[in-house]
Design a binder for this molecule. Structure first.
Ligand SMILES: Cc1cc2nc3c(=O)[nH]c(=O)nc-3n(C[C@H](O)[C@H](O)[C@H](O)COP(=O)(O)OP(=O)(O)OC[C@H]3O[C@@H](n4cnc5c(N)ncnc54)[C@H](O)[C@@H]3O)c2cc1C
Length: 368
């Protein structure tokens, strides 16, 4: 039996590990955080569970791009709920509905963010599949648990990888693992840990790739029976998204997340949070308590440089990093390698596994 080591238990790492497990590999996932899942982690505050980087996903319609990956991995019987996206963008006083737009967007249609524009290409690649519908789970960690259970081996949390050599990784606690390596962390960080020689031109290319902006989130606990739960996401002004948590037994929402693109450090979190809450009609009166996270919080938890929410910007084909690296037996996966989001990361996990297993074996696994 061959051994595979996965650095990072984000969606990309867990999916790659689950697929390799089906191909007969013995898999060890090494995760520096105390909880697996990376951006799919959840946390509990005020007696409520909040999602962090997982609110809705696209591509789960019958035959859709994500359904074709999730069904063979037994992920379609999780309690997915169809979400309606109300997707109004207001630009220069004109209101647009995403569902009425055809991509690519014209030059004048850019979503602006304090950390810089989200490129049209990036936006179109991510938003286009949402036109066919989107789905959510009561909690993103359901996906994490289901994938972790499919690992033929172990998911070790609290285990930070500090050095990579060909066919070997060393962890902060002194443990050493051998096998082929799949890195679910940023390619620049992967090669900062690598102790061998790499072509300078390869490293240079990784250095010049730009990371996209991060997100400021306000996690609100709502007063009981103040806001009717609605299973959809609402976008205001193209940069403020409202997402309700789960419903109580009477159909009222107990929590709401407000998300907006943001610079890494937010000097006055309270002022920004209050502005965002005030922007949603009637929300201020319903909020009992709230907590916030900035891109700097994300950088601390997942190690993503700058706390970028979606990793390396995908402006054009030159921004994609191939899963195969110049080091034999060292592969890349995750949002920094291909597209971001649950859909993009899942597609990239297939590309990574195809490099390792070959197309025929991968297809056999996906057809089972
Ligand atoms: C606020 C926010 C909202 C989002 N909302 C959505 C959404 O609604 N829908 C959607 O589809 N996508 C959404 N996304 C994007 C999506 O969550 C990510 O694209 C995806 O989960 C990234 O997965 P990943 O496997 O590439 O990396 P990550 O989830 O970043 O996982 C990397 C893992 O590696 C670990 N790690 C780092 N360094 C080391 C080391 N040295 N040793 C061991 N482990 C290490 C980290 O702790 C982390 O667990 C959102 C993201 C954010 C930030």
């Amino acid at each position: 039996m061959s051994d595979a080591l996965v650095i990072g238990s984000g969606l990309g790492g867990l999916l790659s590990g689950a697929i390799l497990s089906r191909a007969g590999y013995r898999v060890t996932v090494l995760e520096k955080a105390v909880q697996p899942g990376g951006c799919l982690q959840t946390f509990v505050r005020g007696g409520l569970r909040f999602d962090t980087g997982f609110h809705s996903v696209a591509g789960l319609e019958e035959g859709g791009p994500l359904e074709r990956i999730f069904r063979p991995l037994g992920l379609m019987d999780l309690p997915w709920e169809q979400v309606k996206e109300t997707d109004e963008i207001v630009m220069d006083g004109v209101s647009y509905r995403l569902s009425d737009l055809s991509f690519p967007l014209g030059n004048n249609l850019r979503l602006s963010s304090p950390a810089g524009d989200v490129t049209e290409e990036e936006y179109a690649l991510v938003m286009e599949p949402f036109k066919k519908g989107s789905w959510r789970l009561p909690s993103g960690d359901m996906l994490v648990k289901r994938l972790a259970a499919q690992i033929n081996g172990t998911v070790r949390t609290g285990c930070e990888v500090t050095e990579i050599e060909p066919g070997l990784v060393r962890c902060a606690d002194g443990s050493v693992y051998r096998g082929i390596i799949i890195s679910d962390i940023h390619p620049r960080q992967t090669f900062a840990l690598y102790k061998g020689h790499i072509r300078p031109s390869y490293l240079h290319r990784l250095q010049v790739l730009e990371d996209g902006p991060g997100i400021f989130t306000v996690y609100c606990k709502l007063r009981p029976e103040t806001r009717r739960y609605q299973p959809w996401n609402t976008t205001f002004d193209g940069n403020l998204m409202l997402h309700y948590g789960n419903a109580d037994e009477k159909g009222f929402a107990r929590s709401a997340d407000l998300l907006a693109f943001s610079a890494k450090h937010v000097p006055d979190r309270t002022a920004l949070a209050e502005r965002m809450i005030a922007r949603v009609p009637g929300l201020a009166q319903a909020v009992e308590e709230y907590w916030t996270s900035t891109p700097a919080t994300w950088e601390r938890y997942t190690g993503t440089p700058g706390g970028s929410a979606f990793g390396i910007r995908k402006k054009d084909a030159s921004c994609y990093v191939h899963p195969r690296t110049p080091v034999p037996g060292l592969y890349l996966t995750g949002q920094n390698c291909g597209l971001h989001g649950v859909l993009g990361v899942s597609e990239t996990a297939l590309l990574t596994c195809r490099e390792i297993l070959g197309e025929e074996t991968l297809n056999q696994i996906l057809q089972r």
